[in-house]
Design a protein around this ligand. Sequence first.
Ligand SMILES: NC(=O)c1ccc[n+]([C@@H]2O[C@H](COP(=O)([O-])OP(=O)(O)OC[C@H]3O[C@@H](n4cnc5c(N)ncnc54)[C@H](O)[C@@H]3O)[C@@H](O)[C@H]2O)c1
Length: 279
Amino acid sequence: MYNLNDKVAIITGGALGIGGAAARKLASVGAKVFIADIDDSEAKKNVKRIEKSGGLATSSHVDVAEGKDISRMINEAVEHYGRLDILVQNAGGGVVSKAIHGSALDVDEKQWDLGINIYLKALYIGAKYSIPHLKSNGAGVIVNIASIHGILQEPGRFVYEAAKTGVIGMTRQLASEFGPDGIRVNAITPGHIVGERAAENWKKNPTGHKFFANQNLIGRTGTPKDIANGVVFLCSDDSSFITGHTLTIDGGITVQLQEKFAVKQAQYIIDNPDTNLSL
Ligand SMILES: NC(=O)c1ccc[n+]([C@@H]2O[C@H](COP(=O)([O-])OP(=O)(O)OC[C@H]3O[C@@H](n4cnc5c(N)ncnc54)[C@H](O)[C@@H]3O)[C@@H](O)[C@H]2O)c1
């Protein structure tokens, strides 16, 4: 059982999905949680859920696309709880990813700026304003949520993949520069994770969901809890010798040899011709 008693943790995008589950899991092992999200109503609901289970949480309206919101978020958390120990940089998700979809020729500079601001620049600003507090404690943890799109490509994900690859590089860099100050920085590359919003979409296409589940060696898509479990491990003392690392949590989708994988999926369609492949 992990023990994060009295540790203060900020989770960006902590209302729903991966961040929502990470907030609940951190609170369940004693952390005082600060949820930073643009969705005030869902953030408040998650605070209530945490409190109902005996945890401690608060929320604040933060848009990580805005640097000033991020520096305010750090100050607010420190003012509210008196210290800062953990920063989980997670905000983003399906809505943002759709808005920046396209190849280098399809996207415009506005879409590039939006994707890079939310998925990469926000993590730099978060590190910049949190590290002085972690340094003054002599210890601290940052967990950056990247994606398997930071290690493998899919057509149409130009901005997303540029940003998520950057997150992995930034994680190594921060770990090497601030390790001597007692600060550990790690990344997680989730595979296909079905949170509340994605689950609503998959309800409309259950055979398509099964097809995607079959791509994972584990035979199912991931849940936000699968990633939250990794977040808590990386925030705990059980990972005290792990830094600069990227932990892939993807049900095994990225370890498969591509030609075998393609044959397996082709066979799946032959066996299940009613599969609806629209996403
Ligand atoms: N779900 C997946 O399959 C998957 C896979 C790999 C990586 N990821 C990454 O995990 C992270 C979370 O994704 P998710 O699937 O849980 O998404 P989600 O849509 O379920 O939840 C995202 C949360 O972030 C918040 N948010 C969005 N934009 C924000 C902003 N500008 N400022 C503050 N909060 C904001 C939303 O309100 C929501 O609470 C993202 O960084 C995403 O790229 C997700």
